[in-house]
Design a protein around this ligand. Structure first.
Ligand SMILES: NC(=O)c1ccc[n+]([C@@H]2O[C@H](COP(=O)([O-])OP(=O)(O)OC[C@H]3O[C@@H](n4cnc5c(N)ncnc54)[C@H](OP(=O)(O)O)[C@@H]3O)[C@@H](O)[C@H]2O)c1
Length: 347
């Protein structure tokens, strides 16, 4: 297998974030192609995608993310982006599962996404264990639109929500990046799904497979008569006690949380205090999942997503594609909150 020792003098184009702040600070530059560690592969990036956590790390908000590994005064890793689809160019000496030329997709970071992952570049070094082979029925753009959003959705639907056939599932924020995968995943497990979102996105909720689409400007699901086995709550616009009204006694409430690009105003800790409150209640309330800060192995989760994508049970929806040089515009577009599907970067 080809090796890449990192001593190559060849450069690549990359989006570089010099400091925390606005998208105006991002610069397309020539920098060194990253060196690969023994357990990493060098991926020639063909596509990446944009999600709200990219915005968080760009802004350095909430401030707590800076001490959680993103970098105290400036980002530790200068190149943003955590989703990638591309071709294996070289591999570290311990990598056995991929060959040069393999088409792969996945997240470019181990663990959670509040850090830069280097995928807004021509090349990125990625731990092999977090990648999977790209489904042949997907383009690179489609594959790059999946990992972060679908991994969060899978964690909520499968690991925390434990959805089974016949369960009644409500996804709040069902047309967004996480929500539209959550609807499809719940359907693939045989659930009866209600999706809640804004008026002009209800077609997305329905095309994701929801049995019922609820317009949150017209109807408050917490005041309806339906009781759910799982509420997966992306925007978190209702309190726990309001959501509890719509849960079966043996149901489960999973909060994803969304800071609405700073509009929620939680500059220091973000949604963390709200999560901690739920965690503190969880020993006494069976509807709240017990505290578990470990994520399921990404390798296992990526294998599940790959299979569902190949079977056509999971389908990405892309709104717009931007070339690498236009990453700042892509992030501004996401921040406007009008996207109907995922925003993709082509490289
Ligand atoms: N918990 C975790 O482990 C974890 C990990 C990583 C990321 N995250 C977070 O997960 C979130 C992912 O969001 P995403 O990519 O799905 O965001 P998104 O694409 O912005 O989707 C959010 C959706 O919620 C809708 N919405 C807004 N207000 C609503 C309301 N009151 N009722 C119902 N729907 C409403 C939005 O529609 P309108 O704007 O049209 O209203 C939008 O369709 C991010 O905030 C990210 O930081 C969580």
């Amino acid at each position: 297998m080809a090796q890449h020792d990192g001593e190559s003098d060849s450069n690549m184009k990359a989006i570089v974030q010099h400091r925390y702040g606005s998208p105006d600070n991002l610069e397309l530059m020539d920098i060194d192609i990253p060196a690969v560690k023994d357990d990493e592969v060098l991926v020639r990036v063909r596509a990446a995608s944009v999600h709200p956590d990219v915005w968080h790390v760009l802004r350095g908000l909430p401030l707590v993310l800076r001490v959680m590994g993103a970098g105290l005064r400036k980002p530790k890793r200068a190149v943003p982006g955590t989703d990638v689809a591309g071709v294996v160019e070289a591999a570290g000496k311990d990598v056995t599962q991929f060959q040069v030329g393999d088409q792969v997709f996945g997240e470019s970071v181990r663990g959670y996404q509040w850090r830069n992952g280097g995928s807004y570049a021509e090349y990125v070094a990625v731990p092999a264990e977090v990648l999977a082979l790209k489904p042949a029925n997907l383009t690179f753009e489609e594959a790059a639109a999946v990992p972060t959003s679908a991994l969060i959705a899978l964690q909520g639907i499968r690991h925390q929500g434990q959805v089974e056939a016949g369960h009644k599932v409500l996804v709040n924020g069902a047309a967004g990046g996480v929500g539209m995968y959550a609807v499809q995943l719940a359907k693939s497990y045989g659930a009866v799904v209600t999706g809640v979102d804004s008026t002009d996105k209800l077609d997305i909720v329905r095309s994701a497979g929801a049995d019922r689409a609820v317009d949150y400007t017209q109807e408050d699901f917490t005041r309806g008569s339906e009781r759910y086995d799982l509420i997966l709550d992306v925007p978190g616009n209702h309190s726990w006690s309001e959501c509890k009204r719509a849960l079966k006694p043996e149901g489960t409430y999973v909060l994803i949380g969304h800071d609405h690009f700073g509009k929620a105003g939680h500059r220091i800790m973000g949604s963390i205090p709200r999560f901690m409150k739920l965690v503190a209640l969880s020993p006494f309330v069976s509807q709240l999942p017990k505290a578990n800060f470990s994520m399921p192995p990404k390798k296992e989760s990526m294998a599940v997503l790959k299979e569902l994508l190949e079977e056509g049970q999971l389908k990405p929806l892309i709104d717009k594609s931007y070339p690498l040089s236009d990453v700042p515009d892509a992030i501004r577009y996401m921040q406007e909150g009008r996207a109907r599907g995922k925003i993709v970067i082509t490289v």
